[in-house]
Every structure is written in structure tokens, then in C-alpha cells.
Design a protein around this ligand. Structure first.
Ligand code: ADP
Ligand code: MG
Length: 242
């Protein structure tokens, strides 16, 4: 059974239909790269999966529970699916540790001492055990993004959705973040990752989804998708990014 199942998903903004019937199943432990041109609907797809956007037709389930705009559904969904964005969105007035402790305490009611222990554990997992008391402005962009990953991990999600999480970073900081994601992948985390890092997609991901004009245009293992693109659209896209 798929961890995340998407069937016939349609989403429009006003009259602009940006998802035109998306079907996608993501198995537990699977690592998916989502690639495609700007405007092809990648972010909207992730946002629908996390309940951040309502949709007009189709069905999304996470662990068999429907993703809807119903408050109860959304609350339980947010406990199970974490999302990380291009902008780190850390609270500037809180230390790294406090940023990580916040959601467990406010959303799950975790006691402060327990939240601190969780924060220490997940900060160590992203290689920042020394930075518990550092404030965001004292951290590099790569370190801030790793705190954002730790913050998502603190909720013990079943899946993580990553939307271009290295796109705002200076080139020399990209790798430290990708290494953390690779570690999560190796530990069995289910990941759906919108990315321009084609080498990462090739090396780490189980399947690559090529979005074009609001649809899954091609999908397959990276070896096939990159070596033998079947459609001119994917051939053209790969020609531009590689
Ligand atoms: P991608 O992430 O692949 O670049 P997006 O999912 O962000 O693409 O956007 C797909 C289309 O949806 C674009 O045409 C974009 O302008 C439109 N869109 C995205 N978000 C909104 C919004 N909040 N309101 C109106 N249009 C939007
Ligand atoms: Mg996007």
C-alpha cells in the first residue's frame, strides 16, 4: 500500500488550471525527485499533498487518510507530513534549539524537558549538536536550512516534502544540506523532493517525476528517465539543466 496516494488531482487558481489530473503513488521509504520547468506545478503539487492548498477534483490520501481542508484532517496530516521550503522561515528571535522545540510543545503538547531532548537528538542528526543555543543570524544559510530540517524531524513525520530546499543557498553550502537529506533517505525516510540538483536526483532518488504543464509527463527510475527520456519535452528540459 502506498504511503501517499494521489489520483486524478486537479487544482486551479481562478481560471488557471495548474494541475490537470495528477496520478502518483509514493511507497513508504521511497525517495522521489520532482523535476520540471518553472510554472509546471511542482510546488502546487507538494502544497496540495500537505493540505496547504485546497484542490477541486481528485483524491489524495496519506496512510489511507484523506487530505482535505477539514480542520481535524489537517491537524492529523501535519503531524504525519513535514514540509521544508526554499526559505528557511526560522523564528529569528529564537535559538536553533528553541525553533526545533516549538512545534512539539505547541502542536503535540510535549513537555519542555522532553522537547529539549528531542531537539538535541534531531539537531545531532543534521550535524548541529553544537548549535543548540545559536540564533539564526549566527548561522550560515546551510546551517539554517539544516535547523529547518531538524524542526520538521522533531515532529517524527512519516514523510517529508522538500520544495527546492537548496535553491536559496550559496553553491558551496548546497552539499551539506543534500548530505543530510541523503542520510535521511538511507535511514528509510519517505521523501518527495522538488529539486534542480540532477546529480542528487540520479544518485539518491528511487524515482524521478517530470512535471510538464500540470501533469506527470514522465516517471521512472533515474537511470531510465535521465538516460532515455522518451518525450521531446523531457529531452529539452534535460538539455537545459545539464
Ligand atoms: P513550479 O513550482 O513548478 O514552478 P507552481 O506550482 O509554483 O510551479 O505554479 C504553477 C502555476 O500556478 C503557475 O502558473 C503559477 O503562476 C500558478 N500559481 C501558483 N501559486 C499560485 C497562487 N497562490 N495564486 C495564483 N496562481 C498561482
Ligand atoms: Mg516551485
Amino acid at each position: 500500500m502506498a504511503l501517499i496516494s494521489i489520483e486524478g488531482l486537479r487544482k486551479r487558481f481562478g481560471t488557471n488550471e495548474v494541475l490537470k489530473g495528477v496520478d502518483l503513488e509514493i511507497e513508504a521509504g521511497e525517495v522521489i525527485a520532482i523535476i520540471g520547468k518553472s510554472g509546471s506545478g511542482k510546488s502546487t503539487l507538494l502544497r496540495c499533498m500537505n493540505g496547504l492548498e485546497a484542490y477541486q477534483a481528485g483524491k489524495i490520501t496519506v496512510e489511507n487518510a484523506p487530505v482535505t481542508q477539514d480542520e481535524t484532517d489537517l491537524r492529523s496530516l501535519r503531524l504525519r507530513v513535514g514540509m521544508i521550503f526554499q526559505q528557511f522561515n526560522l523564528f529569528p528571535h529564537l535559538s536553533a534549539g528553541r525553533n526545533v522545540m516549538l512545534a512539539p510543545m505547541t502542536v503535540k503538547g510535549t513537555k519542555e524537558a522532553d522537547a529539549r531532548a528531542i531537539a538535541e537528538k534531531v539537531l545531532a542528526r543534521v550535524g548541529l549538536e553544537q548549535k543548540f543555543d545559536a540564533f539564526p543570524e549566527q548561522l550560515s544559510g546551510g546551517q539554517q536550512q539544516r535547523v529547518a530540517i531538524a524542526r520538521a524531524l522533531a515532529m517524527e513525520p512519516r514523510a517529508l516534502l522538500c520544495d527546492e530546499i537548496t535553491s536559496a543557498l550559496d553553491p558551496e553550502l548546497v552539499n551539506e544540506v543534500l548530505q543530510v537529506v541523503k542520510g535521511l533517505a538511507q535511514d528509510g525516510m519517505t521523501l518527495a523532493m522538488v529539486t534542480h540538483e540532477m546529480r542528487f536526483a540520479r544518485d539518491v532518488c528511487d524515482r524521478v517525476v517530470f512535471m510538464h504543464l500540470g501533469q506527470v509527463h514522465e516517471i521512472g527510475p533515474p537511470g531510465e528517465v535521465f538516460a532515455n527520456p522518451r518525450t521531446p519535452e523531457l529531452q529539452q528540459f534535460l538539455g537545459q539543466v545539464q
